[in-house]
Write a protein that binds this ligand. Structure first.
Ligand code: ZN
Ligand code: ZN
Length: 98
């Protein structure tokens, strides 16, 4: 399930609107630099995210690491703050999308 809402950064105080979460049949993975990918929940194939990676890789092939910057991928991460790159936020969910 994907969410749309406001995130308030606990590090710098910025409040920003973001979308995060999984699509139908896909899990959202983010690396430490906030590259974001939709990964097929069954096959592990990269679906969306950057056009350069879509359909080219599976999670196993990249050893769970970002194909762009090689940092570790994880599901369930919140988007990072556009100002300070912090990832510790107060979450205010405004709605559910998809
Ligand atoms: Zn911040
Ligand atoms: Zn990355």
């Amino acid at each position: 399930m994907a969410y749309l809402g406001n995130l308030s950064c606990r590090d710098c105080g910025l409040t920003f609107t973001a979308r995060w979460g999984s699509s139908r049949g896909a899990d959202e993975y983010r690396c430490e630099n906030d590259h974001c990918f939709d990964v097929d929940a069954v096959t592990g194939a990269f679906l969306g995210g950057s056009a350069a990676t879509s359909g080219r890789y599976t999670l196993a092939e990249v050893f769970g690491r970002c194909p762009i910057c090689s940092t570790e991928l994880a599901s369930g991460r919140l988007p990072c703050c556009p100002v300070c790159s912090g990832r510790d936020h107060d979450v205010s969910v405004g709605g559910v999308v998809g």
